[in-house]
Design a protein around this ligand. Structure first.
Ligand SMILES: Nc1nc2c(ncn2[C@@H]2O[C@H](COP(=O)(O)OP(=O)(O)O)[C@@H](O)[C@H]2O)c(=O)[nH]1
Ligand SMILES: [Mg+2]
Length: 322
């Protein structure tokens, strides 16, 4: 008999690595058995600073996260990383050099690195990633970074559940500011142009600043000015400034009361996502045999898709009550 997930909770709360790893795997699978444990975990979470790091593949997110993790450790913090990126070194998809650098970090018990599988149902990834953040938060990690490759609504939803969002751009990945293409320019609290050691980095910085100015004008230029930083994960240049900008963003959230507003927005998002998942699962289980007659009626032009869908949901709901 495997240990029930509820028995892992106290061990997770004391920061026991093996228990954390185990509960993370179960949260990722999402079996019904794990939910009471996740409920207990949720009540202990809410202390960590959750930072989303996003940007296109190859911009240097994993390399930056490695640097940030080290800087956090040097500052006496416990740091956890949840990587949602198929090409991430954390999930083993990268060149050897990166993996060796990550392994150095992994020997430190004050650092925990976890990669999330990117398969699974729509919305399921967001659910399991945010449950993973709760687990690491409740286990006493001060800083929890979520690395996502900024493509697809699921990953944007994930990174928007962070308190501070860093969007990474880099030169040499095409002519455009990649963040624009990926639709993630607007979600940045901090912009960083990585690979500043490259001679073409200044052009990326200038382009990005121009795009932000144009965007701000279009939006009426309200709100906080989003900083644009330069960094090199290779040389370490600009890392201290990035750490300072991330800390200062949290400070500003706390001072202005916006942190509470963000937490509320995140809670609402998670509520809706969970409701969606429950509905979808129930729908998948119960719709069998209920569609045939409705489809026939649609074919005969007796009923439109919208009305038919409402009828189907009603049937499923009635069956559940009965
Ligand atoms: N020149 C240069 N290369 C970098 C820098 N940061 C990362 N790289 C390289 O860019 C490639 C992609 O880095 P990675 O961190 O895996 O990017 P990710 O896909 O965004 O996570 C790797 O070959 C890195 O060694 C940097 O600051 N300067
Ligand atoms: Mg990566």
């Amino acid at each position: 008999m495997p240990v029930p997930s509820s028995d892992l909770v106290d061990r997770v709360l004391t920061g026991e690595t093996a228990a954390i790893a185990r509960l993370l795997s179960r949260a990722e699978r999402g079996d019904a058995e794990v939910y009471p444990a996740l409920g207990a975990i949720f009540r202990h979470a809410g202390r960590a600073h959750v930072v989303g790091i996003t940007g296109v593949s190859g911009s240097g997110k994993s390399s930056l996260v490695t640097r940030l993790a080290r800087a956090g450790r040097d500052g006496g913090r416990k740091v956890a990383v949840v990587a949602v990126d198929p090409s991430s070194p954390f999930s083993g998809g990268s060149i050897l050099g990166d993996r060796i650098r990550m392994n150095e970090l992994a020997a430190d018990p004050g650092i925990f690195i976890r990669s999330m599988a990117t398969h699974g149902s729509l919305g399921g990834l967001a659910r399991s990633t945010l449950d993973a953040v709760d687990i690491l938060d409740s286990a006493g990690f001060d800083l929890v970074m979520i690395e996502t490759v900024g493509v697809g609504q699921d990953e944007i939803d994930i990174v928007q559940a962070a308190h501070s969002v860093v969007v990474v751009s880099a030169p040499g990945l095409g002519d455009d500011i990649q963040a624009i293409k990926a639709g993630i320019l607007e979600i940045a609290d901090i912009h960083v142009v990585n690979k500043s050691d490259r001679s073409d980095a200044h052009k990326t910085i200038a382009d990005l600043k121009a795009m932000i100015t144009m965007g701000a004008q279009a939006a009426g230029a309200t709100g906080r000015k989003v900083p644009v930083l330069a960094s090199s994960a290779i040389s370490g240049e600009g890392i201290d400034e990035l750490v300072a900008a991330i800390d200062s963003h949290l400070g500003a959230l706390q001072r202005t009361g916006e942190l509470a507003a963000r937490r509320r927005r995140i809670a609402e998002q998670r509520l809706l996502k969970s409701a969606e998942q429950i509905l979808r699962a129930s729908f998948d289980r119960r719709r069998d045999g209920r569609t045939t007659e409705l489809v026939e009626r649609m074919m005969r032009g007796e009923i439109d898709p919208h009305t038919a869908a409402r009828k189907l949901l009603k049937l499923i709901d009635q069956e559940k009550q009965g």
